[in-house]
Write a new protein. Structure first.
Length: 130
């Protein structure tokens, strides 16, 4: 099974110069746990998690701090044609819950999260016969 079969296509992204409070609003409205961060050239430069935002709120309060200051960078990514097992290994090895999926030109085409891996597991377990 390949990443492209289970990734979320056309993920929501956020610019690195966005205020972290605005990022928090977007993530809450869209019920996201991970959001890839892009720069002016639309290159993925990081990933932002809900945990990052909680830590930022504790340290910065209402200060106008950009996402680039609180995101994880460099970001671990994967290609659509990679095996899900490799994606799972990357997530475990790096202790992360989401991988931006980049095409051959390093443009974001999806995101693979723990939830997507759970869906793949359910699909496989459903194929088992007694």
């Amino acid at each position: 099974m390949q990443v492209e079969s289970y990734m979320s296509h056309t993920p929501i992204t956020i610019r690195d110069d966005t205020n972290y409070w605005k990022a928090s609003e977007i993530m809450q409205q869209k019920d996201l746990h991970h959001i890839p961060v892009i720069n002016d050239n639309e290159a993925v430069v990081g990933i932002l998690t809900r945990r990052d935002l909680k830590i930022a709120a504790m340290h910065f309060g209402e200060a106008p701090v950009e996402v680039s200051e609180v995101m994880h960078s460099p970001v671990v990514t994967i290609k659509p044609g990679e095996l899900l097992s490799e994606a799972a290994k990357q997530m475990i090895d790096n202790r992360i819950g989401g991988l931006p999926v980049l095409d051959a030109n390093d443009r974001i085409v999806g995101i693979l999260t723990e939830t997507d891996l759970h869906r793949a597991l359910i699909d496989q377990l459903g194929k088992e016969t007694l």
